[in-house]
Ligand binder design. Structure first.
Ligand code: R5P
Length: 309
């Protein structure tokens, strides 16, 4: 890479872009994106890119609304001479429909990966929801770096919760809840979850007496409807455990999910800053910047590793 990258952001991504610009470092580029009264998108890239690398900050929490403006913005950046365009998408959408459960369903994770892969030259994200895929490389055909939130989550818990007991909601969470627990030097349990619908989950909570006196800390990668956390919190409160601390990496909080989780009896609710939300307490800017630098300027002996610890 020659020179400092230019950093642009999609609408609403100003906080992420400002933080990244400081630590990358990068020069800020200017781009205007707005909607006409009929809803169509207007895009104008003000800054010339003239053979430079571009980082485009665009967390993908509202992917459907973002997709078309993103397509136009990337076209504008290329017209302005961008050499490579790397997407800084701390939250990567469309990772959960990773299989066809019923005939006729579209495996949207694949289609979305094709869409993004055709658009940009690289991608940096945080803990994508890898369940049936084992790595992002199985889906994405562009170079990708994955940042793990576990160390930052563990250090937040260690610094803020006395005698935590980490609780993962389902078997999918085992791998990373156990990693966070190891780093935070705390015990953990993993529950069993049955999902019956978008907002209908059933959680089985085993007896937690062996850990009485500890503060329950629910840890999940995504909080969407918060149904998973609400169901768990409700069980724990009924069993007279203290208000659980709820930690999510990606706090999507669809609709009134945040208020509903509070009403259910959650204690402190904390998320990483991958999706802007007042609950953001865990800052991943530094590790994102490391991953972006590695993607733009790989070390000579880089073995195409996908992961940034
Ligand atoms: C699912 O497998 C994820 O790890 C989360 O547990 C899930 O996305 C949470 O969704 P919700 O907040 O809607 O229950």
């Amino acid at each position: 890479m020659s020179g400092m990258p230019l950093l642009f952001e999609m609408p609403g991504q100003e906080p992420l872009a400002s933080r990244l610009a400081g630590v990358l470092p990068a020069e800020r580029g200017r781009m205007e994106i707005r909607h006409f009264p009929d809803g169509e998108t207007y895009v104008r890239v003000d800054s010339p890119c003239d053979g430079r690398d571009v980082v485009l900050a665009a967390t993908l929490a509202q992917p459907d609304a973002l997709a078309l403006p993103l397509l136009f913005a990337v076209r504008g950046l290329r017209d302005r001479g961008a050499r490579r365009i790397v997407l800084a998408a701390p939250y990567l959408a469309y990772m959960r429909q990773d299989v066809r459960f019923r005939p006729g369903e579209v495996v949207t994770s694949m289609v979305f990966a094709d869409f993004l892969g055709a658009l940009v030259d690289g991608l940096v994200t945080v803990d994508p929801h890898l369940h049936r895929y084992h790595s992002l490389g199985e889906l994405y055909r562009v170079p990708a770096r994955v940042v793990h939130a576990a160390p930052a989550v563990a250090s937040w818990i260690a610094d803020h919760v006395t005698a935590p007991l980490l609780i993962g909601p389902d078997s999918e969470s085992e791998q990373w809840v156990s990693e966070v627990a190891g780093l935070a030097q705390a015990p953990h349990v993993v529950l069993s979850k049955t999902r019956r619908g978008d907002r209908d989950v059933e959680i089985e909570v085993p007896p937690l007496e062996p850990w009485s006196g500890r503060t329950p800390v629910l840890v999940d990668d995504i909080v969407s409807t918060a149904g998973t956390m609400i169901e768990t919190v409700t069980h724990l409160r009924r069993a007279r455990y203290p208000a659980p601390v709820c930690v999510g990496v990606h706090g999507l909080f669809a609709g009134d999910a945040y208020a509903a989780l509070k009403r259910a009896g959650a204690g402190t609710i904390v998320t990483a800053n991958t999706v802007p939300h007042p609950s953001n307490r865990i800052d991943l800017t530094e590790v994102l910047a490391v991953a972006l630098r590695e993607l733009l300027d790989p070390p000579p002996d880089d073995s195409a590793s996908e992961t940034v610890p």
